[in-house]
Ligand binder design. Sequence first.
Ligand SMILES: Cc1cc2nc3c(=O)[nH]c(=O)nc-3n(C[C@H](O)[C@H](O)[C@H](O)COP(=O)(O)O)c2cc1C
Length: 251
Amino acid sequence: MNQTTQLLLNHRTVRRYTDKPLPDGLLEELIRCGQQASTSSNLQAYSIVHVVDPDRKKRMAELCADQLQIHQSAAFLAFCADLHRDRIAFDMHEGQRFDDEYVEALLIATVDAALVMQNVAVAAESHGLGICMIGAIRNNPIEVGALLELPDHVFAVSGFCIGYPDPENPTAIKPRLPTKAVLHRDRYLDDEAMKQHMVDYDQKLGIFYESQGMHDRDPRWTRVMSGRVGRFHQRADLDVFLKRQGYDWQS
Ligand SMILES: Cc1cc2nc3c(=O)[nH]c(=O)nc-3n(C[C@H](O)[C@H](O)[C@H](O)COP(=O)(O)O)c2cc1C
């Protein structure tokens, strides 16, 4: 292991922060680290909105299930998929086709935004900061779009809190699935072998939650995920908003 891999393996989401602000220039450094991530065909199909104004930040928190870490964060960012700039380039050069009705357009911009966000996360953690990604920003995509005045082809993929971790509320490293369950060799693992890895993980995660004093009714990963996969419909407004923003892949 080296310092970088140690840093990566030390990741945990931090949801409680002190009120210490970020030093001048640090946010810009983190964003530059994000910008250096790989990007499909150099499209750089993402944008980041730093929500600075206290009223807007409060409203944003409300739209994101009012999670305390948003209020406490030293900086709250919205990482957005963004083909708007590329649309401007297209218009400048009177391009022939703008293929925004394909899933590929949506994926390119979403992957770009996610890669930038992860780079910013690692850079922040390397400075002793804690981060929490906020998928709840997709709970109310239409309202978030209005709040951030997002133009066509821009939508928020994830919110992002940064702050100095509160030492009174430390967080532990959450174990992951066995590597064998995610790293396949030559061909995809058969379901029986996969199931065994998942059952092993159920046990490991149960021990983790127990150690954290979280005595959930049934903390097995397989059980929790079996419920989670049935809740995507709760963000059906996202389909409506994406269509409105110009990502019209369903028609
Ligand atoms: C795109 C994305 C959205 C997330 N949204 C939230 C969120 O809204 N609130 C929250 O507390 N954690 C959120 N998380 C954090 C995950 O719950 C967390 O990464 C996961 O449980 C693994 O825990 P760890 O990061 O501590 O290892 C999000 C993570 C990702 C990648």
